[in-house]
Ligand binder design. Structure first.
Ligand code: OSB
Ligand code: MG
Length: 366
């Protein structure tokens, strides 16, 4: 592929309601939207960096610097034969998986559109719809129980609650009192430490499908210790930043369930490697989310069609998060099932007037 230009936009999009986790309360999305143009065809990618390093270390400022001065110029200068080669080529620039992914995804989308096939086909995904769950931000106990009931009624296949110390046992007791048997998980986003084992043992009593990232955001060894102490399975999110890191986590026994976020692991080629590793070891995977706009959400839906994604993911209806999206297609579930957008690439087209309206900055590498 000859790449004519790379466009990097920062967009700001209000959430319909604030999203509160153990690490932040956010009211709007700051998304990096990358467009690649190749011989008259466009492809789109989305970066999941935040303005400040609350979830992992990457920031929008650092990522845009690298996109405009490292990865973008490399791609325009050298093109590529196939999008799968980019991760290895960019390995000389260490880390920064989210920044690399924003551009790699755009190249995958563009390549699939040029071939005239849906992205999922390039990834070996045969499903045309995927089962999904929903991730609920922190709220009052009463509102959370009500929200769980609404999502269960809407057919979501699993509900995930955000927790932190002091916002866990009481909440879980209230939800389980109303919904004793639903597939329920919790996500601590690194809010606990190993010396809180007695509290973690209480959380262990609620029949959770798994507990997501209870300990430090880069830890493997303490999670391996905790895994031996709990009946509930541990799923890692923040810690898993590459295929090598996933392998280390599984070898150490730090987790038995894998949350895949393409941005966190450095792109679709890394997702494919993690997928094959988890399938070979019989480790269940699911597709996480970062409250993406329709571009990142469509990418997530396509990658979650791969056969190793056996647990429901976080790729819920876009309308839960946004009043108006960047894409023309409605990415909505029916009875907890999300259809895969049809057509070449990720199968979505841009709502261009709205994209212009919410664009904060736009820069192009030629
Ligand atoms: O830990 O999974 C997480 C959102 C932002 C940052 C981290 C996480 C999340 C979510 C939301 O849980 C998932 C979604 O609906 O996209
Ligand atoms: Mg998580």
């Amino acid at each position: 592929m000859k790449i004519d230009e790379v466009e990097v936009r920062l967009v700001r999009l209000p959430y319909r309601s604030p999203f509160k986790t153990s690490f932040a309360e956010e009211t709007e999305k700051h998304a990096t939207i990358v467009t690649v143009r190749s011989e008259g065809v466009e492809g789109y990618g989305e970066g999941v960096m935040d303005p400040f390093p609350n979830y992992r270390e990457e920031t929008i400022a650092g990522a845009h610097h690298l996109l405009l001065h490292a990865f973008g110029p490399d791609l325009v200068a050298n093109g590529c034969e196939h999008p799968s080669e980019l991760t290895a080529r960019w390995a000389r620039w260490r880390g920064n998986p989210m920044a690399k992914t924003a551009l790699e995804l755009a190249v995958w989308d563009c390549y699939a559109r040029q071939q005239g096939v849906p992205l999922r086909t390039l990834l070996g995904g045969e499903l045309t719809e995927i089962p999904v769950g929903a991730s609920l931000g922190m709220n009052t106990v009463e509102k959370t129980v009500e929200s769980v009931s609404q999502h269960v009624e809407q057919g979501y296949k699993r509900v995930k609650l955000k927790i932190e110390p002091g916002w866990d046992v009481e909440l879980l007791a209230a939800v389980r009192a109303v919904h004793p048997h639903i597939e329920l998980t919790v996500d601590a986003n690194s809010a606990y430490t190993l010396d809180m084992l007695p509290l973690l043992r209480q959380i262990d009593e609620f029949g959770l499908h798994y507990i997501e990232q209870p300990l430090h955001w880069d830890d493997l060894t303490e999670h391996a210790v905790l895994a031996k102490e709990l009946r509930t399975e541990i799923c890692l999110d923040e810690t898993l930043t590459s295929p090598a890191r996933v392998k280390a986590a599984l070898d150490l026994g730090a987790c038995t369930v894998v949350n895949v976020k393409v941005g966190r692991v450095g792109g679709l080629q890394s997702v494919r490697e993690i997928h094959d590793l988890c399938v070979a070891r019989n480790v269940p995977m699911w597709c996480g989310g970062m409250l993406e706009t329709g571009i990142g959400r469509a990418h997530n839906i396509h990658l979650a069609t791969m056969p190793g994604f056996v647990f429901p993911g976080d790729t819920a209806s876009a309308s839960r998060t946004y009043a108006r999206d960047l894409v023309e297609q409605q990415l909505e579930t029916t009875d907890g099932i999300m259809p895969v957008p049809e057509g070449p690439g990720i199968g979505v087209t841009l709502d261009r007037p709205f994209l212009e309206q919410v664009t904060e900055s736009r820069e192009v590498v030629r």
